[in-house]
Design a protein around this ligand. Structure first.
Ligand code: S6P
Ligand code: ZN
Length: 187
């Protein structure tokens, strides 16, 4: 039997960086078609800001093993809609996931394949359980980076397809200075 080596790393709780992790950067240009207000999207695209960064420590895609990753989701809006991650189902749809809030303010939109949506607010210390089969997207509703840790099965994979096409049935917007979760008119 060959055993893998255990690993301990310190997440920088101010920046979200995991030393030695693989870094992925998503700019606004990578999120074409995701925001409802297309005019506001095209306007902000001139600056093409970074929307989020992911620092991931990933294993081979085998069952029983675990990956973990931090996400640094920057503050901002496209029209009324707060910045968010793309959102995905898992390729192995029955794989669950745990999120842990580290810094900043935001929340998670979850959705079943039938379109039933839930919104869970997150702050530092919040644990969110993502059950099997639920799509999940995080949203920054604050004015500083929203940083969280995700722990997920190594064979979960990401299925972005249907969220890219249809989005979520709910939008998280700012209206009169308040965070509101409303029906998506394009759903
Ligand atoms: C992976 C986990 C997170 C996200 C990350 C970016 O299962 O849920 O690490 O990958 O927050 O979101 P997305 O939707 O672009 O993968
Ligand atoms: Zn996931």
């Amino acid at each position: 039997m060959e055993y893998k080596n255990p690993l301990g790393v310190d997440i920088d709780l101010e920046t979200g960086v995991i030393p030695g992790a693989k870094k992925l950067v998503r700019r606004l240009g990578d999120l074409k078609g995701y925001f409802v207000d297309e005019k506001a999207y095209e306007e902000l695209l001139k600056e093409n800001p970074v929307v989020y960064e992911v620092y991931a420590i990933e294993q081979e895609e085998k069952d029983g093993d675990l990956n973990f990753a931090t996400t640094v989701l920057y503050p901002g809006k496209v029209g009324k809609e707060f910045f968010f991650t793309k959102g995905h189902y898992h390729s192995k749809a029955d794989r669950a996931e745990i999120y842990y809030g580290i810094k900043g303010k935001g929340g998670m939109l979850l959705q079943t394949p039938e379109g039933k949506a839930e919104w869970i607010e997150m702050r530092p210390g919040t644990v969110v359980y993502v059950p099997p089969y639920w799509a999940h997207r995080t949203v920054n509703t604050g004015d500083e980076p929203f940083i969280f840790l995700a722990i997920y099965p190594a064979d979960a994979g990401h299925d972005y397809g249907s969220i890219k096409e249809k989005g979520f049935s709910k939008l998280v917007i700012e209206e009169n200075g308040e965070v509101r979760v409303v029906d998506n008119p394009k759903w």
